[in-house]
Write a protein that binds this ligand. Structure first.
Ligand code: THU
Length: 130
């Protein structure tokens, strides 16, 4: 199954009663495993948890911490970019050349790298004065 297909499949399980905007994300780790996540909203925080964060949580729960590729899918007019918070979360587990594919259910695609989507990212190195 491609990452696009995996993202479309998990998107169907999204819990988005407040926005009615379902998102699916599927990532492949450096070791080759695939993990998927969907957005999950709640009444107190209607923006809930993004699909990308769900896929990252599944990856970490399995003891994997390095993303090689990710695909995000929504039924939107144009491919939806990860939100600001998700960009930082992805940067934690990705190299600057990570390929991020944003796609729609209609098949439109846009590929961008981690460095392009979060230039000047804050990293652990910024806390190291030695
Ligand atoms: N959302 C994602 O899951 N990923 C994105 O990249 C953009 C936004 C979700 C969060 C919320 O449940 C809904 O889309 C509307 O913001």
């Amino acid at each position: 199954m491609t990452l696009y297909d995996a993202a479309c499949k998990v998107r169907e399980n999204a819990y988005a009663p407040y926005s009615s905007f379902k998102v699916g994300a599927a990532l492949r780790t450096v070791s080759g495993q695939v993990f998927a996540g969907c957005n999950v909203e709640n009444v107190a925080y209607p923006e809930g948890t993004c699909a990308e964060a769900g896929a990252i949580a599944a990856m970490c729960a399995a003891g994997e911490y390095a993303i090689a590729e990710i695909c995000v899918v929504a039924d939107s007019p144009t491919p939806v970019p990860p939100c600001g918070g998700c960009r930082q979360k992805l940067a934690e587990f990705a190299a600057p050349d990570l390929r991020i594919t944003m796609a729609t259910l209609d098949g439109a695609r846009h590929v961008i790298t981690m460095a392009e989507i979060l230039p000047g990212a804050f990293s652990a190195g910024h806390m190291d004065k030695s």
